[in-house]
Structure formats: C-alpha cells, structure tokens
Design a protein around this ligand. Structure first.
Ligand code: ADP
Ligand code: MG
Length: 627
C-alpha cells in the first residue's frame, strides 16, 4: 500500500520563506515536537484512566536522540499514536493548514512565536531545520496498522505502510545544512534544559559517544566502541505543581538554586494557586536586590503545562514586580504565545491583578506575624512596595498599612506611627504636618544636625523611587508635605509663629546684607537675613523645595522644561543672631569684612560639598592665611 497526495496549499514552496522568516528562533522546533510527544503520552494515560484503552501502558516516556553521521534528530514517544488516516487529518490538514493562511498574512507578523501561534504551525516548525521529515506511527486502536509518512517540505507528501511494532510515534528530522548546529549534544541539551526541564513525562536524551576500549587493533591503534547514554533530563513534578502543605522551606530554596544556580538565597516566596476564573500555579520569589536592577529583570519564567514559553512576562506580571524571580504556569496561555496575544487577552489582565493582590497579602502577613523579620528585609522589599504604591492604587490601599519610613537613626515606622511621633514638633502654624527628609546623609549632615537640635526627626529617603514616593504620599495623605532638610535653615523648615527676636538694628541689617552681597558677588545666590538661634551656623546655603523638585523633574524629562532652563538659584541665609555677624559689622577695615564674610559663605558651601575647583583652592589658601 502506498499513497501519494498533495497537501492542500495553493502556493508552492512557501517553506523557504517561512524558514527564512523563522530562522532566528528555529530552536523552538524541539519544544514543539517534544510537547506534541508529551501530549500524546498524556492522552493515552487519560484514555487508559477512562477505560477507553485496556492495553498495557508500559513505561511512559519520550525520547530525543540524534545521529551525527546520518544527520538526523529523532523524537519518539509511546503515546496514543496515529493511523494513516489520522496523520492525513492532523498533520496534513491541521498542521499544514496554518501555512496557507500564513502566506496571506506573514507580512504583518512580528516574531516567530506569533506566526507559529497564530497559524498553528507547531509540527510544521520541523521544516525550519529539516529538509525532510518522516513519521512512523502505530495507533493504540485495536488492529491498527503502522503508518509511515514522509514529506520534503514541499506540498507533496507520501504515505505508506510503516514499521513500528509498538504503540507510539517516531518523528525523524533530516537536518538541513543550515541547521547542523543542532547535531550537537551540548546544543540539544541546552535547548532541552531551556524548554523541557519540567515537563510532566520523563524525557530521555540519548547521545552516542565513542569511548576507548581496552587494547589496540591490528595496526596498533587504540580501539573505540560506541556507547549510548540515556539521561532523563527533566523533573516531572516541579514544586509549583505540588501543594504548599507538602513542601518545606528547603524545597523552595532548592528549587530556587535550580532555577538560578549562582544566586543568593531569596528572602521569601509566594506560592500561587488559582483555578478560577483562570488557571494559574507558580512560585514567586523576592530576591536580594543588587544595585544593577537591569540584570535582575526578566527572571520570571512563564510555562504552559510545564513547557517553558518565555521569560518575557511583561504583561502578566505588574511592572513593579518585574524584579521578582520564579515561575508562573498557566494552561490558559498558549505555547506559542506572542506579545500581541498577551496584550489582548483578558485573562492576562486578571492574572496581573491576582498576582498584585497575592503579593500585597503576603507582605501584610509577614508584617503582622513577624515585624522584626519584616524590618530586616525592608532594605530589599522597600523598593518593590514603594514602586507598587506609586503605580497601582489597589496595592497602595493595602500597602499603606505596612510601608515603612526609616529615619536617620535607622528606626522604622509605619505611616500612622510616624505621624503620631512627629505631629507634636512638626506641625506648622497652619496645622500642616511637615516631614523632613535627607537623600544624602554625608552631604546634608550639618542640616540634619541642626534639624535634630530643633527636635525634628529626619527621614532617610535615598532610594531611586523616593522622589516619586514622596510626591505620591503628599497627594494621598491629607495636610502632609515633605521638605528636604536643606530646603531651608532649620528654624524656617516648619513655619511657626515663634520667630526669635532680631538683635540687629534696621541699619545694621542693611549693612550686613550689603557686605555679604559684595563678598559673594554671584547673581545666583540671593542673600537674606534671618533671625535664627545664635548656635546655628552663621551662614547657610539652601535651595527652595519647590524649585529643586521642578528642576529635578525637568532633568528627568518630565516636562517642566521651563524650570529646567532656569539657572540654579540658592538662598544664602545670614544668621543675624550669630556673634560672627556682629563681629564682621564691627570690623573697621572693609578688606577684613569681605574676607570674613567670604570665609563664612565658603564654609556653608563646603558643608554641602558645593565648594570645588578653583574656589576650593582659594578657600584653602585664605584659611591658611587666617590661621
Ligand atoms: P497542536 O499541537 O497545536 O495541535 P501541531 O501542529 O503541533 O498542533 O500538531 C498537530 C496535530 O498532530 C496534533 O494536534 C496531534 O493530533 C497530532 N500529533 C502531532 N504529533 C503527535 C504525536 N507525537 N503523537 C500523536 N499525535 C501527534
Ligand atoms: Mg503542538
């Protein structure tokens, strides 16, 4: 019995086009064929369980083997098999039907996955790497005849009697010249590790190697023999398929090590498990954060029924959780998932919402049950939490009860604890709460000390997200504003009615101002006299909070270019009550007055790291002379 036929595609030789188009991603042929084999094995298992197959299941497995000499890769399984009729139906009509459609639309497809997914080219992807593909199959049906099918990648196929004696399917690819890289143990192992490591049916990978034999041949050369090694490459029950109650912490740590061999232990994890309204399982880990966020991104692996799909999970996982690690498995996501699918699919949006909620719940639970442990981890999780609060309102609502503010003394407070702590000292005359913060402990030390002296607490806000976080809290929390500690002199940070009295007369004030303006002689520095505590510094340089923020936003490209083009403007606050100011006023020589004023001004700059270059050299020389 032999039959020839023509696959019902109207366009001849579309394969070269598809091959070329898919070239960059051609390794996925193995994923497609192995997952078809796994499907076939699972189907026979199911038929057997349903009593529709009464034969012996045998040891269910899938095998991948290659032969370098014959240039073949073979994928075989003892699944349900196919009759000749079924091959014609499933392979010729179904697997090839997508190709016709493909021809019409391939122009607007963006990547290989999109094409394969949209046009159902799973089996068909074999032609990306093979000149000819053969199928040997024996169906599980009683009395079925073995079938053989071969196709050279044109629209012609040939079907004849097959030679398989046992149930299952064997697919042989005759690898083409451009794809010979796949006739290599390491390369195949790499692909299997990537896509098939957690498949639910044992995958054997057979390689044939030459080993030295004892003794030598007639010509005195070492004898070799061929040895075939079969290794099972996958773990059939990875932890995300198990119930959390059956797992120990060790199991989670071990699995993490398996996924990311050189990483430090994760901080904690969340085991995901939903079956309504969509199916999803997985384990998400909170890693220890490194400074370089980019290399930590895109570490979540997306699976569909234990077949690896991609680590581009952008639309499934909320942006603020992109630094998490781990796996997500959802059968609702097709194998050949494409970006456009993810964006359009309504389940994806629900998955995203679900993950956000689970993460918030887990954090709330940690906070509630182990506050100390939570605080210890805050350095790593704070960034996620703040990012989440800024970008997702639902997350904000949950996180506002456990987000921590840390002060310069490394004490942690929740929002409500902090409010209670600072309200007595840091409420201004209009009944607004003013939170004071620093983003640079070293540079702003003098300001922090002054603020502490006044009884103000200073928060440390130095993570990359803090600017946004501060803005967001100001929007959300009523009558609360943030001021950077160097936004004004300590006495003026929080406007109160009790300004201390001025010791200078009107005339002295005007004179002092003139002396400093002359000594500083820079338009960007605006001199002002304030009546501060005598033990505050004689001169302080500040930049207005509003102005600084606008400039920072402009610098980050957030509109406001008007502010970006403005020069830096500083306020030079002269402490009218400081004894040095009286001394300068009492100096007879103008020259000395200028020198002392300049010195006091430079000291202010110096304390903020603003004194550099030639000005710093001049300051050092002047200081030496003064000594
Ligand atoms: P899909 O897997 O999405 O159905 P494929 O193109 O990968 O599309 O496969 C087409 C069909 O061919 C499958 O649905 C299945 O019926 C059949 N098939 C492919 N490989 C095998 C196999 N190893 N054993 C049994 N049937 C198979
Ligand atoms: Mg398939």
């Amino acid at each position: 019995m032999q039959e020839k036929g023509t696959i019902s595609i109207h366009t001849e030789n579309i394969f070269p086009i598809i091959k070329k188009f898919l070239y960059s991603d051609n390794e996925i042929f193995l994923r497609e064929l192995v997952s078809n084999a796994v499907d076939a094995v699972q189907k026979i298992k199911r038929l057997s369980a349903l009593g529709q197959y009464n034969g012996d299941l045998g040891e269910l497995r899938v095998e991948v083997a290659f032969n370098e000499e014959k240039k073949t890769i073979t994928i075989s399984d003892n699944g349900l098999g196919m009759t000749a009729e079924e091959i014609k139906k499933y392979i010729n009509q179904i697997a090839f039907s997508g190709a016709t459609e493909f021809m019409e639309k391939f122009k607007d497809a963006k990547d290989a996955n999109e094409i394969i997914g949209r046009f159902g080219l799973g089996f068909y992807s074999a032609f990306m790497v093979a000149d000819r593909v053969e199928i040997e199959s024996l169906s599980y049906h009683d009395g079925a005849e073995p079938a053989h099918w071969t196709c050279d990648g044109s629209t012609e196929f040939e079907i004849s009697e097959g030679c398989l004696a046992e149930r299952g399917t064997e697919i042989t690819l005759h690898i083409n010249k451009d794809a010979e890289e796949f006739l290599n143990k390491n390369r195949l192992q790499e692909i299997l590790d990537k896509y098939c490591k957690f498949l639910p049916i044992p995958i054997k990978f057979g390689t044939t190697t030459q080993e030295e034999e004892d003794g030598v041949d007639e010509e005195g050369k070492t004898k070799y023999k061929s040895v075939t090694v079969d290794n099972i490459i996958n773990e059939i029950n990875p932890i995300w398929t198990k119930a959390p109650a059956d797992l120990k912490d060790e199991d989670y740590f071990d699995f993490y090590k398996k996924l990311y061999p050189f990483s430090e232990d994760p901080l904690f994890w969340i085991h995901l498990n939903v079956d309504y309204p969509f199916n999803l399982t997985g384990v998400l880990y909170f890693p220890k954060l490194k400074n370089d966020f980019e290399i930590q991104r895109n570490k979540i692996k997306l699976f569909s029924r234990q077949v690896f799909i991609t680590d581009e999970v952008k639309d499934i996982v909320p942006e603020f959780l992109m630094l998490l690690h781990g796996v997500i498995d959802s059968p609702d996501i097709p194998l050949n998932v494409s970006r456009s699918f993810l964006q359009a699919d309504s389940n994806v949006k629900k998955i995203n919402t679900y993950i956000t909620k689970k993460v918030a719940d887990k954090l709330a639970e940690l906070f509630k049950n182990d506050r100390k442990g939570f605080e210890e981890k805050w350095g790593d999780i704070g960034l996620f939490v703040k990012y989440g609060m800024v970008s997702d309102d639902k997350f904000y609502e949950k996180a506002k009860d456990f987000v921590l503010l840390t002060n310069t003394k490394k004490e942690n407070f929740t929002l409500s604890e902090y409010k209670e702590k600072v309200a007595p000292e840091q409420t201004d005359k209009d009944n607004n709460l003013v939170y004071i913060y620093t983003n640079d402990l070293a540079k702003q030390d003098a300001f922090i000390q002054s603020a502490n002296k006044k009884g103000y607490d200073v928060l440390l806000m130095n993570s990359p997200i803090d600017n946004h976080f501060i803005g967001h809290l100001e929007n959300k929390q009523e009558k609360t504003s943030f001021k950077r500690v160097d936004a004004d002199v300590a006495d003026k940070l929080i406007k109160k009615d009790d300004a201390p009295a001025h010791v200078l007369t009107e005339e002295q004030s005007t004179k002092a101002k003139a002396i400093f303006e002359k000594a500083i002689n820079k338009p960007a520095y605006k001199v002002e006299l304030e009546s501060l505590n005598p033990d505050e510094l004689p001169v302080t340089v500040t930049m207005d909070e509003f102005m600084r923020r606008m400039k920072e936003m402009a610098a980050m490209g957030g509109g406001m270019s008007f502010y970006g083009s403005m020069p830096d403007n500083y306020k030079v606050v002269i402490n009218a009550n400081h004894p040095l100011i009286s001394r300068i006023l009492n100096e007879a020589e103008e020259d000395v007055q200028t020198k002392l004023s300049k010195q006091a001004f430079d000291l202010a700059l110096l304390s903020q790291g603003l004194l550099t270059g030639a000005e710093l050299t001049e300051f050092v020389n002047r200081s030496v002379n003064l000594i």
